[in-house]
Ligand binder design. Structure first.
Ligand SMILES: Cc1ncc(C[n+]2csc(CCOP(=O)(O)OP(=O)(O)O)c2C)c(N)n1
Ligand SMILES: [Mg+2]
Length: 683
């Protein structure tokens, strides 16, 4: 056999590392890394502007492996390219992000080589992928981030933000609806800095794609306004290179390269390859495949020295030169544009700008009050004035969610610097795009009706897994929205959202709680926030009579104590039911029943307080507890205990004016009073 070229050697190293890791773990997908090794090689080695010695360089191209089941492809490439480990601040350290040991521990506890790529586990993993479709969704946010950052911060001669986003995706990615939402938006916004490479291998888990997928992908993407290219052989490096080059030249619209590949390329036993779709090849087949590649059959996890050297001389050298040139440019930029440079440094450090909270309003006591969506709009506008990279929009509901930033423009393909985003009616795409924006340093918010969190929950969950501080503005929070009826009325959604770890679910009870909850949420750089807001007016409490709203940051606080300070019972409430609880408290107090009133804007924040604080708000000995919230009881049990009582919903809502609904479903001060009395044995 002739000596293989260094290209072939490098590609086969990616393949065999992936096969060996899957075989050793006895779990995982080897076939797709084997087939896509050439395109990954070509992209990384010849095109990606990426410096393995500074993996978090802000000017880097982004590479997203949307078909996260092929994770070994990414780990192999990161290892071979010599991507350095980073510390918690993102500073490069000695050693590799993915070591040989990590690869040998693929899919084992403690290894960054998890079953699917997990953001934060190792430098070079730009986002968490695994649920098909999310990665391509994120890639649109990343490409949009580049355009927005360029519009805001580039200056003539200082193109700091010209990075491209590349995503590798599979049949599953394109079948999932989210990819359609994201691609449609990317086409509309003419994101010419975005390239998807679609692994058109005509196979998914159940078999040939003929079973369920026969659309013309090229036509579909042409319809979205994308440039579509085809490469018929996934082993043809030259053709792949030409297609990527053509994509780079196409700057007025995104490009998709439809790349024909054969899953498990090189595995001689076709039936076995099919079976191995989502399973290891088996030791014998691994040997036969290595033989086909001209690889030593018995070697495992073999990395020829010249392959590392080859990557160092390719992506390594090119990336370092590009990064150093960029750093020099940034240093010059900082001299001419010190304010902008300082902003960028703050953004990259994940910090808030100086004076970010100067515009947060306070609201005077007012019995008529404001809908919390309205106070939210005022607070958001106040924040945006001093937080230049706070941008966002809604899924076609800006007038209802009150999320428009005044005195700023709409973002469009004619004006990438706009701060008001129009996601269209694409909630799932919106959340995935927000994750992508956030991964590039922007502080995004996305808005819709609370009930439609069901339409974006997978991406919302990924914000939480990745700890990205995306702000979700979710209005029309309950039956309180009234006439739109049961389809629009969240019932189980507060419990469903509170069930997501690391997500702050926030339901402020009046305008000042809205302001203070934003103040806390904005500072939580490692938690996404779901701001749950009312459509109907909520009275603005007189804070000379009630405790200050600044206590919201503790998650729950004593809004009003029983006169005499010896409560027999506790009434808890959130959001629009706070006013109902206040009225109940006032009546009970007038009747001489000693009740403490507790506002609970955020369970997660309360959970983070120390025992002493939590016990001071909810003393263990007080068993007579009543909670009122226009949702299901589920998540309240731990605060209520076995003697506690709940005033809320247990069925879907109804279509009627909101006051009639509250009455109909018994979410009233009278009902709360009756439950308190019953809990005290005074029924
Ligand atoms: C949202 C979602 N649904 C289901 C799965 C489970 N799953 C993993 S891979 C896969 C299909 C694989 O087919 P394809 O996307 O064509 O990738 P290939 O096997 O060709 O690499 C499925 C259904 C998933 N990861 N994400
Ligand atoms: Mg496939």
């Amino acid at each position: 056999m002739s000596t293989p070229s260094i290209e072939q050697l490098a590609i086969n190293t990616i393949r065999t590392l992936s096969m060996d890791a899957v075989q050793k773990a006895n779990s995982g997908h080897p076939g797709t890394p084997m087939a896509l090794a050439p395109v990954a090689y070509e992209l990384w080695q010849r095109h990606l502007r990426y410096d393995p010695s500074e993996p978090l360089w802000p000017g880097r191209d982004r590479f997203v492996l949307s078909c996260g089941h092929a994770s070994m492809l990414l780990y192999s490439v990161l290892h071979l390219a010599g991507v350095r480990r980073v510390d918690h601040h993102g500073n490069p350290q000695d050693g590799l992000a993915i070591t040989e040991g990590d690869i040998k521990n693929f899919r084992q506890l403690g290894s960054p080589c998890a079953g699917h790529p997990e953001y934060g586990e190792a430098a070079g993993i730009e986002t968490t992928t695994g649920p098909l479709g999310q990665g391509v969704g994120n890639s649109v946010g990343m490409a949009l981030a580049a355009r927005w950052l360029a519009a805001h911060y580039n200056r003539p001669g200082f193109e700091l933000f010209d990075f491209r986003t590349y995503a590798l995706c599979s049949d599953g990615d394109l079948m999932e609806g989210i990819s359609g939402e994201a691609a449609s938006l990317a086409g509309h916004l003419k994101l010419g800095n975005l390239l998807w490479i679609y692994d058109d291998n005509s196979i998914t888990i159940e078999g040939e794609t003929e079973l369920a997928f026969s659309e013309d992908v090229a036509k579909r993407f042409a319809g979205y306004g994308w440039n579509t290219l085809r490469v018929d052989d996934a082993n043809d490096l030259a053709a792949i290179g030409r297609a990527i080059e053509a994509a780079k030249q196409t700057t007025d619209r995104p490009t998709i390269i439809i790349l024909k590949s054969i899953i498990g390329y090189g595995a001689p036993n076709k039936a076995n390859t099919h079976a191995a779709h989502g399973a290891p090849l088996g030791a014998d087949e691994v040997k036969l495949t290595k033989k086909f590649y001209g690889w030593p059959e018995d070697a495992q996890f073999l990395v020829p020295d010249e392959v590392r050297k080859h990557f160092a001389e390719g992506v390594g050298r090119r990336g370092q030169a590009a990064r150093e040139a960029w750093e020099r440019k940034l240093a010059e930029y900082a001299k001419s544009f010190p304010k902008e440079a300082a902003e960028l440094r703050t953004m990259w450090a994940g910090k808030l700008p100086e004076g970010w909270d100067k515009g947060i309003p306070t609201f005077p006591a007012d019995a008529k009050g404001l809908a919390s969506r309205v106070s939210s709009g005022k607070v958001l506008n106040g924040l945006a004035k001093h937080y230049p990279w706070l941008i966002g929009g809604s899924a076609d509901l800006a007038p209802s969610t009150m999320t428009l930033l005044e005195h700023t423009d709409s973002l469009s393909s004619h004006n990438y610097g706009g701060r008001n985003l129009h996601f269209g009616i694409r909630e799932h795409g919106m959340a995935a795009v927000c994750n992508g924006l956030s991964l590039c340093g922007i502080r995004p918010y996305g808005a819709t009706f609370f009930v439609f969190t069901d339409y974006m929950r997978p991406a919302l969950r990924l914000s939480a897994i990745m700890r990205r501080p995306v702000i979700y503005v979710l209005t029309h929070d309950s039956i309180g929205l009234g006439e739109d009826g049961p389809t629009h009325q969240p019932i189980e959604h507060l419990s469903a959202c509170r069930a997501i770890p690391q997500l702050d679910v926030i339901r402020p009870g009046d305008a000042n709680e809205v302001a203070e909850c934003y103040r806390t949420a904005i500072q939580r750089m490692h938690h996404p926030a779901a701001m749950v807001l009312s459509r109907q007016n909520l009275p603005t409490l007189d804070r000379t009579k009630f405790a200050p709203a600044s206590l919201c940051g503790r998650g729950a606080y004593v809004l009003a104590e029983a006169p005499g300070g010896k409560p027999q019972a506790i009434v808890m409430a959130t959001g629009s039911e706070l006013d109902i609880a206040v009225k109940a408290w006032e009546k009970l107090t007038a009747e001489g029943i000693a009740v403490r009133l507790v506002s609970v804007p955020c369970f997660e924040w309360f959970d983070e307080q120390d025992d002493a604080y939590r016990a001071s708000v909810l003393p263990r000995e007080i068993k007579a507890r009543v909670a009122v919230e226009a949702g299901v009881r589920q998540c309240w049990d731990r605060f209520l205990g076995e003697h506690g009582r709940f005033v809320g919903m247990s069925t879907f809502g109804g279509s009627a004016p909101y006051a009639a609904l509250y009455k109909h479903f018994g979410i009233t001060p009278e009902h709360v009073i009756a439950e308190v009395k019953a809990a005290l044995g005074r029924a």
